[in-house]
Write a protein that binds this ligand. Structure first.
Ligand code: HEC
Length: 102
């Protein structure tokens, strides 16, 4: 009986880590596909015209992307790009970039 409980606990831990990893993975895939062309995968060089995203605050990134999507923050480029992102994409991408080291 205790063995069964242990196995169930272990499964719960493994499943929750897998879910976490999946969202970072999805964010990474999306970032590599769409965002990295301008923002780089890691920090862009300081004189690049695009603000770096690696290691930025997760909540800040979410807020910025939602503002671009709602067009409360105006940028021709980013309004177009963020317009097609779902809340889930935004969460995944913000999660991914915030965990990258600068
Ligand atoms: C074609 C180039 C290009 C692509 C592709 C692009 N961006 Fe941007 N991004 C920009 C530019 C230019 C700005 C600065 C806009 C401004 O002045 O607000 C910017 C700004 C941002 C900011 C605000 C940063 C800050 O310091 O406030 C965030 C967050 C951001 N982009 C996220 C993303 C994400 C996530 C993706 C992929 C889904 C992406 N961008 C794809 C060009 C791009």
């Amino acid at each position: 009986m205790t063995k069964l409980i242990m196995v169930l606990l272990l499964m719960a831990v493994v499943m929750s880590t897998a879910a976490q990893a999946a969202s970072i993975y999805a964010g990474k895939a999306k970032a590599a596909e769409v965002c990295s062309q301008c923002h780089g995968v890691r920090a862009t060089s300081s004189d690049a015209p695009f603000p770096p995203l690696a290691g930025r605050d997760e909540e800040y990134l979410k807020m910025a992307l939602k503002q671009y999507r709602d067009k409360t923050r105006i940028s021709d480029i980013m309004n177009n790009i963020a317009g097609s992102l779902t809340d889930r994409d935004i969460n995944n991408i913000a999660n991914y970039y915030s965990r990258l080291s600068k």
